[in-house]
Ligand binder design. Structure first.
Ligand code: C2E
Ligand code: MG
Ligand code: MG
Ligand code: MG
Length: 289
């Protein structure tokens, strides 16, 4: 017998559990405990307009601040959370945190579009649009302040059901974005069929594009493709000013990356915005001397 951990998050005990399964069971209960004990933290990374350098939004990224193990990054628990269905609870928590952040930023007079990552399991959850809608009402924030990021591969499991959920979300007025664009399958077919507003170029193409001519060509073509499809194009993984200017020249709409800011605790965002000086201003200062 194999241990069965199904999408309803119910666990069937089986005495024949092997060691790996037992470890998985304890990781699942660890994750549940972590959620109850508020050990998950929402970090945020600013998104900037490339032409003006203006702050316009952020991506919410989850972190696990473990009392003994310290900071745990999503790569270490998101895949497992997806396999077990725990991701649904985590996504709801992230959506709720992002709604609260939206309310707080609005109180400071800051208008920002908040991006949250969804996974395959979330797309198969047909109650998600109604749940998110209720959450937005509870915090009195508008659906148009949110963007949900999906990957091409997250749609593959059950494209028909995924499309239903995405249509529901889009009908609410939430933006949809294709994350890590260029790394999945059937990019172009999905681009045509999905109700998307934004395309995010994967960081693997962006990071070294000032020295890697092939990467630069891929980025340029993707920007043109996105624009021709009427989408806004975002570059992730901008690590240097050289890449920023190259993207500006290519007409990329928005960017995020370590050059501007690493992901930070949500509480630090307002301070970051206050001190942010767009690269264009720095260059203008230099060139006007
Ligand atoms: P992603 O959605 O593609 O997020 C971008 C990742 O790139 C983040 O890693 C971010 O910290 C990192 N990044 C941003 N700028 C740079 C840069 O200039 N250089 C480099 N080297 N990296 C940069 P992070 O936070 O570790 O998240 C990794 C992935 O985990 C995310 O990739 C996303 O797929 C997933 N993830 C994170 N938070 C959530 C969540 O709340 N829910 C779900 N379902 N997935 C999440
Ligand atoms: Mg993302
Ligand atoms: Mg991404
Ligand atoms: Mg990525």
């Amino acid at each position: 017998y194999a241990a069965k951990i199904n999408s309803n998050e119910a666990v069937l005990y089986d005495p024949a559990l092997d060691k790996a399964s037992q470890q998985n069971l304890s990781l699942l209960s660890e994750l549940r405990r972590a959620l109850e004990c508020n050990e998950f933290k929402m970090f945020v990374q600013p998104k900037l307009r490339i032409d003006t350098g203006e702050f316009i939004g952020l991506e919410a990224l989850v972190r696990w601040e473990h009392p003994e193990k310290g900071m745990i990054y999503p790569d270490q628990f998101i895949p497992f959370s997806e396999q077990t269905g725990f991701i649904r609870a985590l996504t709801r928590w992230m959506l709720e945190q992002s709604a609260m952040l939206c309310r707080d930023l609005t109180a400071y007079g800051i208008n920002a579009k908040i991006s949250v990552n969804l996974s395959t399991r979330d797309l198969l959850d047909q109650n998600l649009p109604a749940k998110f809608s209720a959450m937005l009402a509870r915090y009195a924030v508008s659906a148009s302040s949110f963007c949900l990021e999906i990957t091409e591969s997250s749609i593959m499991d059950d494209p028909v059901r995924a499309l239903l959920t995405l249509d529901g979300l889009h009908a609410m007025g939430v933006d949809l974005s294709i994350d890590d664009f260029g790394t999945g399958y059937s990019s172009l077919a999905y681009l045509k069929r999905l109700p998307v507003d934004e395309l995010k170029i994967d960081q693997s193409f962006v990071m070294n594009m000032e020295s890697d001519i092939e990467d630069a060509k891929i980025v340029r073509s993707t920007i043109d493709l996105g624009h021709n499809m009427g989408l806004r194009v975002v570059a992730e993984g901008i690590e240097s000013e050289a890449v920023w200017w190259l993207l500006a020249k290519m007409g990329c709409d928005q960017g995020q990356g370590y050059f501007m800011s690493r992901p930070m605790p949500a509480a630090q965002l307002i301070g970051w915005i206050a001190q942010w000086v767009p690269p264009r201003m720095k260059r203008d200062t230099v060139s006007s001397k």
